[in-house]
Write a protein that binds this ligand. Structure first.
Ligand code: SF4
Length: 333
């Protein structure tokens, strides 16, 4: 297949329907979808950002954040321009909310895998902007990477289509998915997505057996009511698994919300308390100066100690707590 052209579309009359994400954009010849980077070119779907890295860095895997997936390792992290959401607080809005690509930054899947090996990274993370919109590139890269025993991570807003999620089996290993709110109106009006779509993705990721961690950015006055936090924590505990790590992250003024207040530690602590009431075993506060510790849910032994994004000590032995023997949920080697 010609580079950049994907099979993730179907024909419908004189249009094609992009099946990469749940927007299912119907595109006439020459049109691009909501993300601005997938286009009907000659009756086929072309990903305009194939291999066009807008950000490429080596990050600790803890920064994704993934705390129960190969802790203490590094991820070669790549993102492009474009996004299928329009979050007013986006931390990466300079790349996610533009479609202008830098043509001098082209990288092929094999070059990316070679760089991952060269820098001794154990994983490749598709991140920064929404990776679903450049899944054809991520997929080609991940398939090559797996041959080299490199694992692949998706850091995503959870708006993948079912077609893509099923295709990811044997391609992607782990996800961090944002559950940004539990208010359908807010998802629709302000983020330009859908709560039901994201919840459906979360359930399917769990059902298909991928490793999953969930992040909620707590924004004061937006999604920090007791009711909403209870709803999010309850969904994770009841419909996913109480052992799903939940990252509750502090908002800092940014993009269209630069005049908004930052989230206080008190608010995060309160959200963590609500999470515990729902039985969530692994709750972590992010974007604040508090070092996260993974404790054994059975005997409370400190298992993984971190300083910022750095793992200071990891006592997990063969996936278990060395004190009481409880199996600790995660991917450890
Ligand atoms: S990736 Fe999503 S937003 Fe972009 S064209 Fe496809 S369906 Fe539309």
């Amino acid at each position: 297949m010609q580079e950049g052209f994907s099979n993730f579309y179907k024909r419908e009359g004189d249009r094609i329907v992009c099946t990469l994400c749940r927007h299912y954009c119907k595109l006439k010849e020459g049109q691009t979808g909501i993300c601005g980077v997938n286009k009907n070119s000659g009756g086929r779907l072309q990903t305009l950002v194939y291999g066009k890295a807008a950000a490429l860095n080596i990050d600790p895997i803890e920064k994704k954040p993934l705390y129960h997936f190969l802790p203490g390792t590094t991820a070669l992290s790549i993102g492009t321009v474009g996004c299928n959401f329009k979050c007013p607080f986006c931390q990466n809005w300079r790349i996610s909310q533009t479609t202008i690509t830098d043509n001098s930054t082209h990288i092929t899947p094999s070059q990316l895998v070679a760089a991952t090996i060269h820098h001794n990274c154990q994983t490749i993370a598709y991140t920064y902007n929404e990776p679903t919109i450049f899944y054809p590139f991520a997929r080609d890269t991940a398939k090559l990477a797996r041959r080299e025993k490199i694992k692949n991570i998706f850091v995503s807003n959870g708006f993948e289509s079912k077609e893509v999620l099923y295709d990811m089996q044997g391609v992607i290993d782990a996800f961090n998915i944002d559950l940004k709110s539990f208010n359908p109106e807010y998802y629709k009006k302000h983020l330009k997505g859908s709560l039901d779509g994201v919840l459906d993705t979360l359930r399917l990721i769990k059902k298909l057996g991928f490793w999953l961690e969930v992040t909620t950015l707590i924004v004061p006055g937006v999604n920090d009511t007791q009711e909403e936090i209870h709803s999010i924590a309850s969904f994770i505990a009841q419909e996913l698994d109480p052992y799903t790590p939940w990252h509750i992250s502090a908002f800092h003024p940014n993009y269209k919300m630069s005049d908004w207040s930052a989230t206080s530690i008190k608010t995060l602590t309160h959200a963590a308390k609500i999470g515990k009431e729902h039985g969530l075993a692994y709750i972590y506060m992010g974007n604040v100066a508090i070092d996260a510790v993974t404790k054994c849910p059975a005997c409370s032994e400190n298992l993984i100690t971190r300083k910022g994004y750095m793992v200071v000590s990891n006592k997990i032995k063969n996936g278990c707590c060395p004190t009481c023997g409880k199996e600790i949920e995660g991917v450890w080697s």
